[in-house]
Ligand binder design. Structure first.
Ligand code: ADP
Ligand code: ZN
Ligand code: ZN
Length: 818
């Protein structure tokens, strides 16, 4: 019988392809290794899924041999490989594309070796595989061996002590401290007390500065209880015999201790300390740990705390890494030199050796869902990967997602609670609702800076404390409206309003209020809405002032006149963070005001702004969601939510949940130390449950009510959803494809049996995006099985039964509903 390999290739097809393993490679080709193989007369880089000696129904002359083996050691360990296959099946995603999420870059040496074999002659497509390679640096680390007492002296003893205390170090750094580091290391290496290794160095900004080791604080009772339960789960999962479970034996015994947790701790309750203890106990059992955070660029503090505890033996994975650095991190994990990885969504695929623990911090955060390519949810998949690997999973949040709370209620997650703030003096801030229907503009004249907010800012400044103002809108003015006919300026390619961005300008902000001059063309001006400003005449416009679409890349000048009626009176409506910053700076000339949003913040910039805030060099920080993330800023005593209603009106069943989470999280930035914090929430809708429960710090109350509401309207977690997203340049093509999909879904067995409800086709809330018309069909079911059956039936139709000009994407468990 021939030795055959199933190989996934990077094409958008869900199946693998069969190749013959040539005799020369028998025994060397293993699952998870990359190979070169011929596919439609091109050579592609594929990944071996399985190898076996078997007969096959395929005509033997049609089976091609593998062209070459690329990885002597499989790039994807068995645990990761089987997880990726399961992920692909769950999301109906092509296996080749899913594997690509986890594959490292090719090393230049590998490419060179292939070239030398003549494999890269002629047709070659390495796919989008990146190549890295270059300078290597020597590292030293202490082994587990123990010296005979008294046999080490001088620098050898000192170097070894340092390596044991701080973990792996670059040899060059040791040489800076110890003149004889090289000979000391040689001696230590000869006695197996130290291992030396050449690797590509990480040049990551997170590692630029050395971090002093910290002293772990004594845990409070709630933290200790949480840490002990996680530790017990780790013990159960790592016990002898549990290994069979890990390897995925068919009749795996359910471990007695729960192995997945929801750590529900109020803001500032010390969840991070619980994570650190959990990692420690995982490492002590010889297993690796993975930590996932929403946006790592915004959490340098968190990384610093991890380094202070565990030293530099930490792989920090983030989008700002160069290919070489990413590969360096990848290979130190893959090689087992580093056992802890921390990163955003994509860290889910890190090759952590003998994975024993996955932590998902701020598990409610929307950024864990990937919204392009393979649309996976990193939190859901963290639970799956942990379960498959026999690892413990901990989801942490002050505002748990409704999905996770539902898992607790169904007994799939065990709940751990931290009900109080960790600092003894700290308490949750007092929250005041400011009803914008009753309070007008304060001294600034802008109706969104009410008198109570103005006064609270004054008080904070007088006490030399800091304030955060949160506003969910970027730019200067969220819309531009014609003063004569009321036409809204929209994007040419998208059905959304364009936002006016003023760009950099140092001079005084414009006065708030109504247009300064009557419309020059004499047309009667429509009554401006509160806070609208006349667009400045052409010659007074600041340089860099642009209209921008927040959904596509469009940016263009503010037009001279209304496109519909020709009137020259264009009004800038609404308040964005740019204008808020300018208005605040003008109203509080003595205050140092800064802004944090996507427009000012590249990765380094946002870290710099947060650092200045921490050092007390900023008095008032204005910003978008970026200010709500888990920053621990001791001197912030006032948080102002400028317009709480902005997020609540979206046509999305999660709008209330998301609004609530934002409010609680931003409020959680206030009063984290001894000085009491204060939160002002401005709203026109103080009775809205998201606002009322947030004001009362009543997270469980909100969760209860929201879960009941979802049950009533039949949305997750009461049901399961899959969204078919259809788009096309031609509106009719898109609508036609969506209609066909909906009809097919209704007539497949699950649809006929009404086990799956088919909603639509309908136009998406954002009906046009980047020049494409968007439609959708929503599938809803109580059970996962029927939903999968329907999707499988539709996948067939998508392959051959639809207009090629329509693009269809299956989004399982959709998050973005717009
Ligand atoms: P969370 O992640 O829950 O918002 P953090 O982990 O950032 O909270 O903790 C908030 C603050 O409390 C931090 O400054 C942290 O150092 C401190 N802290 C945490 N646990 C303890 C403890 N047991 N004793 C004293 N301080 C603690
Ligand atoms: Zn007009
Ligand atoms: Zn656009």
């Amino acid at each position: 019988m021939p030795l055959l390999a199933d190989v996934a290739v990077p094409v958008p097809l869900s199946q693998a392809f069969t190749y013959e393993v040539p005799a020369a490679l028998a025994g060397e080709v293993r699952p998870g290794a990359r190979v070169l193989c011929e596919f439609h007369r091109r050579k592609l880089l594929g990944v071996v899924l399985s190898v076996s000696e078997r007969s096959t129904a395929i005509d033997p002359s049609k089976i091609k041999p593998l062209a070459a083996l690329v990885d002597a050691r499989p790039a994807l360990p068995a645990e990761l490989l089987s997880f990726l296959q399961e992920l692909a099946a769950y999301y109906f995603a092509p296996i080749g594309e899913v594997l690509r999420l986890a594959l490292p870059a090719l090393e230049r040496e590998q490419v060179r070796a292939l070239k030398a074999q003549g494999e890269l002659d002629g047709v070659l497509d390495l796919g989008r595989a990146k190549q890295v390679g270059g300078r290597k640096v020597a590292y030293a680390r202490a082994t587990d061996a123990v010296e005979e007492p008294g046999t080490l002296r001088g620098q050898a003893a000192a170097v070894l002590a340092l390596l044991r205390a701080n973990g792996e170090q670059p040899v060059a750094r040791l040489e800076e401290r110890f003149g004889n580091a090289r000979s000391a290391l040689k001696k230590l290496a000869e006695r197996d007390l130290v291992a030396l290794e050449e690797r590509e160095p990480p040049r990551d900004p997170f590692f630029r500065l050395a971090e002093a080791r910290d002293v772990p604080p004594e845990l409070n009772a709630a933290q200790a209880e949480a840490a002990a339960r996680i530790d017990a789960a780790l013990a159960a999962a790592s016990a002898p015999g549990a290994g069979e479970h890990r390897a995925g034996a068919p009749h795996e015994p359910r471990p007695a201790a729960p192995s997945a947790f929801l750590l529900f701790g109020v803001t500032g309750s010390g969840k991070t300390e619980v994570y650190l203890r959990a990692i420690k106990s995982c490492l002590e059992r010889g297993r690796g740990a993975l930590v996932m955070v929403p946006e790592i660029a915004l959490t340098p503090q968190l990384v610093a705390r991890f380094r202070a505890r565990f030293g530099d033996a930490l792989a920090v994975l983030h989008s700002g890494l160069s290919d070489a650095d990413r590969h360096g991190m990848w290979s130190s994990l893959h090689g087992g030199n580093v056992r802890v990885a921390i990163g955003a969504r994509s860290a889910l695929f890190a090759p952590v050796p003998d994975l024993g623990l996955i932590l998902v911090d701020e598990e409610h955060d929307g950024s864990f869902k990937q919204e392009e390519g393979v649309r996976y949810h990193a939190r859901d998949m963290a639970l799956l990967r942990a379960h498959r690997a026999g690892a413990v999973c901990v989801l942490g949040s002050a505002t748990p997602s409704i999905e996770s709370v539902a898992l607790v209620r169904r007994g799939k997650l065990a709940e751990l609670r931290l009900p109080d703030r960790a600092h003894r003096e700290a308490s949750l801030p007092e929250v005041t609702l400011v009803d914008l229907r009753r309070f007008g503009a304060g001294p600034s004249g802008d109706p969104l800076i009410s008198l109570p907010l103005h006064r609270a800012l004054e008080k904070t400044l007088a006490a030399k404390e800091q304030a955060i103002l949160f506003l969910n809108r970027r730019g200067f003015a969220p819309s531009v409206v014609c003063g004569s006919c009321g036409t809204l300026t929209t994007c040419e390619a998208c059905s959304v309003a364009l936002t006016y961005h003023r760009g950099r300008r140092r001079d005084a902000p414009p006065p708030a209020g109504v247009p300064a001059a009557p419309a020059p063309d004499g047309a009667p001006a429509a009554p401006p809405s509160a806070g609208a400003l006349a667009a400045p005449p052409m010659d007074e416009r600041p340089q860099g002032g642009r209209l921008r679409c927040h959904y596509c890349d469009y940016a263009g000048p503010l037009p001279d006149r209304c496109a519909a009626c020709g009137s020259r009176t264009l009004l800038l409506e609404g308040l964005g963070t740019e204008r808020l910053e300018a208005t605040i700076a003008a109203s509080f000339p003595e205050a140092r005001v800064a802004r944090l949003d996507r427009d000012v913040a590249g990765k380094d910039r946002s870290q710099a702004i947060l650092a200045r805030m921490r050092e007390g060099k900023i008095d008032i920080l204005v910003g978008t969601q970026m200010v709500t993330k888990g920053h621990d800023l001791p001197n912030v005593t006032l948080v102002g939510v400028v317009n709480a209603d902005a997020a609540l009106g979206l046509p999305d069943f999660r709008a209330a949940e998301r609004g609530f989470q934002l409010l609680v999280q931003v409020a959680g930035r206030a009063g984290r130390r001894d000085r009491p914090g204060r939160v002002l929430i401005q709203t026109r809708n103080p009775e809205h449950p998201a606002i009322a429960f947030a004001a009362a710090h009543d997270v469980p109350g909100f969760l209860d009510r929201e879960i009941r509401d979802r049950e009533e309207v039949g949305y997750p977690p009461a049901t399961r959803l899959a969204l078919l997203r259809v788009d096309a340049v031609d509106e009719d093509v898109g609508r036609g494809a969506a209609a066909k999909l909906a009809a097919h879904a209704r007539t497949c067995p699950e649809g006929l049996a009404r086990r799956v409800e088919v909603l639509g086709p309908s136009a998406a809330p954002i009906a046009r995006l980047r020049g494409r018309y968007r439609f959708r069909v929503l599938l809803r079911a109580r059970e996962r099985g029927p939903l999968r059956g329907t999707l499988a039936a539709l996948a067939g139709l998508m392959r051959d039964g639809l207009d090629r000009n329509a693009r269809v994407i299956i989004d399982v468990d959709p998050v973005a509903m717009l």
